[in-house]
Ligand binder design. Structure first.
Ligand code: BGC
Length: 735
């Protein structure tokens, strides 16, 4: 039974209420009469609870380190993300943690962004689906989450002060859509507002975001906390919709609120509203007296391995270089095999329970050479020599490469996405002595691969968590058939990225000039070659797509097809459904991911896949009318194995949306009107005896010029102004 309500809040002293809206220290909410404090800790890939729970930066407890979100998103597997959430929630409960500070669902706008490893994708649908599953998983255990960092915290440099300047359509379609999905479908206990400014207004004080969009439009009922140190003006923040400042500033936090209430700068009802949300959270998720349930860390380690198995991406596999030949003499090269990068730096850093390195569990027929030093980007002659000697005398070579820890972390952005020079050089040298080279990558985000055309096999493992060694060999040996797909585009070079000219260039403003053309939406519109496209990932078996069928219902569109495993091995395929809008009168991406499904198939097996696309899958955000609009007219559904490997496509006509013409005005063009003219519109034109005029204008000879005349200028073609006015009026009366 809940004891916390407005009466309870009003029974507290002003000081107590003021206390509640700031953390007592780094990790706890305040204790007030009748309510104990609640503990929260990071983070997305494992628990970062401090040994001394009240300290800001202590050693954290031992915890299982799961793969980073860049890798887990590559699973495209909602069920696995939900299990990840359950594992984290179970561990959090055992540690008496009320709220887990994650997942981070910001969009990967630039591959340079320092925190990309902690985020899911460049695509909001994928980020939203993964986030929703994760949140449902955690919260099913009775632990709350804090979905972060709301919103547009897409760079690390100057993250406390920089303004993300984004137009409203881009904001809604690309940078908020994943938050919206999670809020509406998974009901997260809390959201964490980001450090930055949005269009010039500090996010912690941004009423448009924290109240108008989040609460009024999306109906969010939970609590909004600040990122650590994101509050500039606490009173302004509470007024704008922030509930909890983290961490607190000690007595100063309380005093500023008490003072503001006394001086009438903050209404008590506004303070009470936030205090109530904090209490409700503490009541629901704080349980310091409950005995900790047991949990099995080894079982969680095994899950971390399965999750990495399900997510690692086989980028390239020419002439079946992989799986490795069991009888071959194998060279394992690269310091990352011995000192793997398996987790990211910053607040998500976990004191890992049991790290298994690739070197420790390499097959018996393998020999190891360090090859390069991680603490330098200069080649080491002796190490190079040993590695080349080993490669020369081996049948196959596996070289581990990636970004060293110093290059990639929360708190700063990267300067480049190329591997350290010593690693690139070594890969080239290895290729000169042995053609059978597999590159295994450990990195938090997209990387340049100048050597790609010469390398037969490449495996992307991102930061694979503490079971990195086991999972890597599961894939290389073929014990597990890879099924991960890239959740981001790998450009040929950094300069191809649409944000390259602007990203991180201005200390005060990050201007999202590329708008909605970000990630694959840009590369596809430009028809630009990429190293590996969004959604790409290979398998050791083959899949065939057949029999696409599309059916429009009264409020959704049904898409169905058959997926067959035509190879000799069981495997999983991520079938991706993209929608191309050919109807809109506005700027649209070539196509956009609107659904996906991961299907497991035995050799020779075929499964029928059927899914429903809701109206929103066809909609774009009209900033002028502040609504999501779905245009009626021609669309194409594309079903494929990646964004650039489309296997089936079919056009269809959408009728459950709205007429793309919108309101007809004097500024509607003749061509526009006629291209969208249905029987009713034609009838009205006939009533005004203008059929001949319009037909003449649309004739092949005249259309190039006359289709391009707005209705108000029909007067130039001898139609009097009164008729034009009445015609427009009549057309707008149509259903
Ligand atoms: C990070 C958050 C994190 C918090 C607490 C901040 O610096 O941005 O993601 O949850 O610290 O560690």
């Amino acid at each position: 039974m809940t004891k916390v309500d407005l009466n309870f809040v009003e029974g507290l002293t002003l000081e107590e209420r003021a206390d509640l809206v700031s953390g007592t220290d780094f990790w706890f909410t305040a204790k007030v009469t009748g309510m104990d404090p609640m503990l929260m800790t990071d983070g997305p890939s494992g628990l970062r609870k401090q040994v001394n729970v009240h300290s800001a930066m202590d050693q954290s407890i031992e915890a299982v380190c799961f793969p980073c979100s860049a890798l887990t998103a590559s699973s495209f597997d909602d069920a696995m993300l939900e299990k990840l959430g359950k594992n984290l929630g179970t561990a959090a409960r055992a540690e008496k943690i009320g709220v887990l500070l994650g997942p981070g669902v910001n969009i990967k706008r630039s591959p340079l962004a320092g925190r990309n490893f902690e985020y899911f994708s460049e695509d909001p649908l994928l980020a939203g689906r993964m986030g929703t599953a994760y949140v449902k998983g955690v919260q099913s255990t009775g632990v709350g989450v804090s979905v972060k960092h709301f919103a547009t915290n897409n760079r690390e440099d100057q993250r406390f002060t920089n303004s993300s300047d984004v137009d409203e359509r881009t904001l809604r379609e690309i940078y908020l859509a994943q938050f919206e999905r999670i809020v509406k479908l998974a009901h997260p206990a809390t959201l964490m507002c980001s450090y930055n400014k949005l269009n010039g207004v500090q996010v912690s004080q941004n009423q448009h975001l924290l109240t108008h969009i989040l609460r009024d439009e999306w109906g969010y009922q939970g609590l909004v906390m600040s990122d650590w140190g994101a509050v500039v003006d606490h009173v302004a923040a509470i007024k704008a919709g922030l509930d909890l400042e983290m961490p607190g500033k000690g007595d100063a936090s309380k005093e500023e609120i008490v003072q503001a209430v006394k001086e009438g700068r903050l209404q008590e009802s506004t303070l009470n509203r936030s205090a109530l949300r904090v209490l409700k959270m503490a009541e629901r998720y704080g349980y310091p007296t409950v005995a900790a349930p047991e949990y099995d860390m080894e079982a969680q380690h095994e899950f971390a391995r399965q999750l990495a198995d399900d997510s690692i991406v086989l980028l390239k596999n020419e002439n079946k270089e992989l799986p490795l030949n069991k009888d071959a003499k194998l060279a394992v090269i690269g310091e990352l095999a011995e000192k793997p990068r398996f987790e990211g730096g910053g607040s998500s850093h976990v004191n890992a329970h049991r790290v298994v390195t690739p070197k420790e569990v390499m097959p018996q027929n393998a020999s190891y050479a360090q090859g390069y030093r991680l603490d330098s980007d200069q080649p080491d002659d002796q190490l190079t020599k040993e590695a080349l000697e080993l490669a020369k005398n081996s049948d196959q070579v596996v070289v581990f490469a990636g970004f060293p820890e110093a290059m990639e972390s929360e708190g700063f952005d990267k300067k480049s996405i190329s591997l350290p020079a010593n690693q690139n050089q070594l890969i080239d040298q290895l290729l000169a002595v042995n053609a059978h080279v597999t590159v295994v990558l450990q990195n938090g985000s997209a990387v340049e691969m100048p050597w790609e055309p010469k390398v037969p096999a490449i495996v992307e493992t991102y930061l694979a968590g503490e079971a990195v060694g086991e999972a890597t060999w599961d894939i290389l040996s073929g014990q597990v058939n890879p099924s991960g797909k890239l959740s981001e585009t790998f450009p040929v070079q950094l300069t191809d990225n649409p944000t390259y000219p602007t990203f991180g260039k201005d200390r005060r403003h990050e201007v999202y000039r590329e708008g909605i053309f970000m990630g694959y939406r840009y590369y596809d519109a430009k028809k630009l070659a990429v190293r590996f496209p969004f959604g790409h990932g290979l398998s050791y078996t083959n899949f065939e797509y057949r029999n696409l069928a599309i059916k429009e219902n009264s409020d959704d569109v049904e898409v169905s097809f058959d997926l067959a495993n035509t190879g000799k091995q069981a495997g999983k395929e991520v079938a991706q459904i993209y929608v191309a809008n050919h109807a809109s009168q506005t700027v649209m991406p070539v196509d956009e991911l609107r659904d996906f499904v991961k299907v497991e198939l035995n050799p020779g097996e075929t499964k029928h896949v059927a899914l429903k696309l809701l109206r929103r899958a066809f909609a774009w955000y009209n900033a002028e009318t502040a609504t999501w609009e779905a245009d009626n007219g021609k669309y194409e559904i594309l079903v494929g194995s990646s964004s650039r490997d489309i296997r089936l496509c079919q056009e269809f006509e959408l009728t459950i949306g709205t007429n793309p013409l919108g309101k007809i005005t004097g500024e509607t063009y003749v061509g526009e009107l006629m291209e969208n003219a249905d029987a009713q519109i034609k009838q009205v034109i006939a009533e005004f005896q203008l059929t001949d005029v319009f037909e003449k204008f649309m004739s092949p000879e005249l259309a190039p010029v006359f289709a391009n005349i707005p209705l108000r200028s029909l007067t130039m073609a001898d139609v009097d102004a009164k008729t034009v006015h009445e015609l427009i009026q009549k057309l707008n009366e149509l259903e």
